[in-house]
Design a protein around this ligand. Structure first.
Ligand SMILES: C[S@@+](CC[C@H](N)C(=O)[O-])C[C@H]1O[C@@H](n2cnc3c(N)ncnc32)[C@H](O)[C@@H]1O
Length: 339
């Protein structure tokens, strides 16, 4: 059953909430998030409150736009608050749900900015990519995090992988729209099952990002087909299996001493904390990396829910901070031998 939303976005048809999904979330998240769920639900079900951050493209730098953003009251995200925050990465946000129009790509003219959920920069920043490193983006389409990663550093080798062929086209388009051709020529794009990459490229990468397929709470809530949505609810319990397999493969692809970041855009504990606990319990060569510092330094811009983990954080949508859901966990492969 679909319920019409109260506040349609100007000039657009109102998105419709899928009641089957909302009821399912209500049951699960009121347990997992406690009192915080009421606010999270209000934000998730009100697209008119959603915020969009503006990530400037360092490869076609929009000086005039940056001035305009200041005049419109936008402020720079994470200014000086994080231990790793490359100067080349510039992301602006407004306290109000102002949404800039998306740019059209014209051949020969790179886009100047990317609109995104600001919380999706956290996994990229947690990866702390340095110039020259070998980096794998295991589940890369549509390419937002690959683009963000290239705002931070010039990896010596960047491998962007995506299993779904339609989404792979989208990934290629994103890269072409934001990244200059000479740099694109150094990026490897592949259409592989991420679960196989560890076997085929063992210990090859300094950093691996696993931005995993997940329940994607925001878009799922607005499924237009309630039968399909009901089917997705029953398939949802299989996602952790896929997520763990992707992580196992990522761990194999990582060199000893390398860093791995796992992220999802769901609030689900089964797809977040439980997946990471399973990995830590089953891999003696994987250690948690403490990222609690991020929750302390970024609390002005983001609201976090407790995860019970030092290596994992969860951004939950809040009033005036309508970012997330985004779970981020950081792991390190030890130098010693292990499973
Ligand atoms: C959350 S999305 C990634 C978003 C992307 N990182 C970004 O920031 O734009 C997860 C992606 O994983 C892909 N995927 C699903 N199963 C996969 C697999 N076995 N191997 C690699 N990618 C897979 C999905 O098609 C989807 O595009």
């Amino acid at each position: 059953m679909l319920t019409r939303l109260k506040a349609p976005r100007e000039g657009k048809l109102a998105k419709q909430i899928c009641k089957v999904v909302l009821d399912h979330f209500e049951k699960q998240y009121s347990k997992e998030l406690g009192d915080a769920w009421d606010t999270v639900r209000d934000i998730l079900t009100s697209p008119s409150c959603w915020q969009y951050a503006v990530l400037l493209n360092r490869f076609n730098y929009p000086f005039e736009l940056e001035k305009d953003l200041h005049l419109k009251g936008y402020h720079k995200l994470f200014q000086g608050s994080l231990p790793y925050y490359p100067k080349s990465m510039k992301c602006y946000l407004s306290k109000t749900p102002d949404r800039m129009t998306s740019e059209r790509y014209q051949i020969g003219n790179l886009k100047r900015y990317y609109l995104l959920n600001a919380a999706s920069l956290l996994p990229v920043l947690a990866l702390e990519v340095q110039d020259g490193e070998k980096v794998l983006d295991l589940c890369a389409a549509p390419g937002g995090k690959s683009v963000a990663l290239l705002q931070c550093a010039y990896p010596g080798y960047l491998h962007c992988n995506e299993y779904d062929s339609l989404r792979l086209r989208w990934l290629k388009q994103t890269l072409e729209s934001f990244i200059p051709q000479p740099l694109i020529n150094t990026i490897k794009v592949s259409e592989l099952d991420g679960r196989d990459m560890g076997e085929s490229q063992p210990e090859s990468f300094d950093k691996v990002l696993v931005d995993a397929p997940c329940s994607n709470d925001r878009s799922w809530l607005f499924s237009s087909d309630s039968q399909k949505a009901a089917c997705m609810i029953s398939q949802r319990r299989n996602l952790p299996v896929l997520q763990i397999e992707l992580l196992r493969s990522a761990i194999k692809a990582l060199r000893p001493g390398g860093l791995l970041v796992y992220s999802t855009c769901t609030l689900s504990k089964a797809e977040n904390q439980d997946v990471i606990s399973e990995i830590l319990n089953s891999h003696s060569n994987i250690m948690p990396v403490d990222i609690k510092g991020i929750t302390r330094t970024c609390s002005q811009d983001f609201t976090f829910a407790p995860t019970g983990q030092e290596c994992g954080l969860l951004v939950i949508p809040d009033k005036g901070k309508a970012w997330g859901p985004m779970y981020v966990a950081k792991l390190k492969k030890s130098w010693s031998m292990g499973k």
